[in-house]
Design a protein around this ligand. Structure first.
Ligand SMILES: NC(=O)c1ccc[n+]([C@@H]2O[C@H](COP(=O)([O-])OP(=O)(O)OC[C@H]3O[C@@H](n4cnc5c(N)ncnc54)[C@H](O)[C@@H]3O)[C@@H](O)[C@H]2O)c1
Ligand SMILES: O=C(O)C(=O)C[C@@H](O)[C@H](O)[C@H](O)COP(=O)(O)O
Ligand SMILES: [Zn+2]
Length: 376
């Protein structure tokens, strides 16, 4: 790994007093210590991670911090979606209190979206708010979860139901850290990259059709470009609508279906968030086609893109029995966008033309899902 940060892209998230930079590129981690120093009253940080990331990257991160004279206290959680729980939230807060953390301290989230989401929520609650910095180590976290300040834990009743909007002070997306990421996790993150093309950037979708394999192979130019374009797309939407009163809901494309699948699967590791989102996006396009909103050829193109990247585009089987349309629709009604009995759905008039449909026809959705779950 390089010691100094070479060619880095900087993406700004413009939120007034809560604005921050996202540094993207190979070797960005070298900037962590120098960027933290002006934020700190005491030269120490708390680092939350998981056991896989600790094994792969703790030594390097500690060295980077020590080079700037910053001491670090570490907590490594069990990897996986089930870690985003109320129980772990309490354990993190206890660890911070035990370590004497105060509001001027910084909690560094070193890991994927699971660690970033629970770290952010912990930081928001700790003495009503301590500093928070994201060092995303999965592709999904670099292109999506580390940006925009959505923090959460899950409930058996639904995904991310307990959370807060709480922005990080800095994001360091070092694409070199992705070298140790399993291929399946890379593909899951790629689904959220495809999402930006589908929302409002058809040229990016075209680019992904031509260059997706190079992104997944972590070719330096392709991965840096894909992460930077994704962060810029997300930053623009978040700057316009930080707390999802309107346009931010577009970032939820594929998620109303996807989150229902994750919850119905009890957050088991055989269906990752990005995998569920890929299926959810394919469903949103096919449902749109069934309703005469989305051109059928665009729905077919989305399916091709996902499948050629090694992602699934149809509802899979499930341990203990197939998903049913009725249970998925029941879970969709728990979606945080739902209100007053109306469930908004993100649909598309074509690739790059997503829009917010304010009130899904749940009977039509259930009928559609019955055909997708092979219930007839
Ligand atoms: N807040 C948001 O805006 C937002 C956006 C998208 C997703 N999310 C959330 O993010 C979560 C999914 O995040 P994820 O896909 O990053 O999953 P994850 O955090 O579970 O990480 C995936 C796996 O990769 C391992 N890992 C992480 N970095 C590694 C590395 N560099 N080398 C080797 N192994 C590594 C982890 O230990 C874990 O096993 C979900 O809970 C989802 O709801 C949040
Ligand atoms: O940042 C957003 O806004 C998103 O919707 C990004 C999603 O990829 C992400 O999975 C998010 O956590 C979903 O938000 P939720 O509010 O539906 O839980
Ligand atoms: Zn997501």
């Amino acid at each position: 790994m390089s010691v100094t940060a070479p060619e880095l892209e900087t993406v700004s998230v413009d939120l007034g007093a809560r604005s921050y930079d996202i540094l993207v590129g190979h070797g960005a981690l070298a900037e962590l210590g120098p960027r933290l120093l002006p934020m700190l009253k005491q030269k120490r940080v708390f680092v939350l991670t998981d056991e896989h990331v600790e094994a792969a990257h703790r030594a390097r991160v500690e060295a980077v911090l020590e080079a700037s004279g910053i001491r670090s206290s570490w907590l490594a959680l069990t990897p996986g979606e089930k870690t985003k729980s109320f129980t772990n939230l309490e354990a993190i807060l206890d660890w911070l209190l035990e370590g004497g953390a105060d509001r001027a301290d910084i909690l560094v989230a070193l890991g994927g979206g699971v660690i970033g989401d629970i770290a952010g929520l912990s930081a928001s609650l700790m003495k009503r708010g301590m500093g928070f910095v994201q060092v995303p180590t999965t592709l999904l976290a670099q292109v999506d979860s580390s940006v925009g300040g959505k923090t959460a834990v899950n409930s058996a009743r639904g995904k991310n139901l307990i959370g807060a909007f709480y922005q990080p002070r800095l994001v360091i997306a070092d694409t070199e850290l992705l070298a140790t990421l399993p291929a399946r996790e890379l593909r899951a993150g790629y689904a959220e990259i495809v999402k930006y093309g589908l929302i409002n950037d058809p040229a990016f979708f075209d680019w992904l059709e031509a260059n997706g394999a190079r992104v997944l192979a972590l070719k330096a130019d392709a991965i840096t470009y894909a992460v930077a374009v994704s962060c810029r797309a997300k930053a623009a939407i978040v700057a316009e609508d930080e707390t999802e009163k309107g346009v931010r809901a577009l970032l939820n494309l594929g998620h109303t279906f996807g989150h229902a699948l994750e919850a119905a699967n009890n957050y088991r590791p055989d269906l990752l968030h990005g995998e569920a989102v890929a299926i959810g996006m394919a469903l949103a396009f096919r449902y749109g086609a069934a309703e005469g909103i989305t051109p059928a050829e665009d729905a077919a193109r989305v399916k091709r893109m996902l499948e050629s990247s090694g992602l699934q585009a149809a509802i899979p089987g499930r341990q203990g029995g197939a998903y049913t349309a009725a249970e998925l629709v029941r879970l969709m009604q728990q979606d945080k966008k739902a209100s007053g009995g109306k469930v908004p759905l993100i649909l598309a008039r074509g690739i790059g033309q997503a829009y917010i449909h304010p009130d899904a026809d749940l009977a039509a959705v259930e009928k559609f899902l019955r055909s997708e779950t092979l219930e007839g």
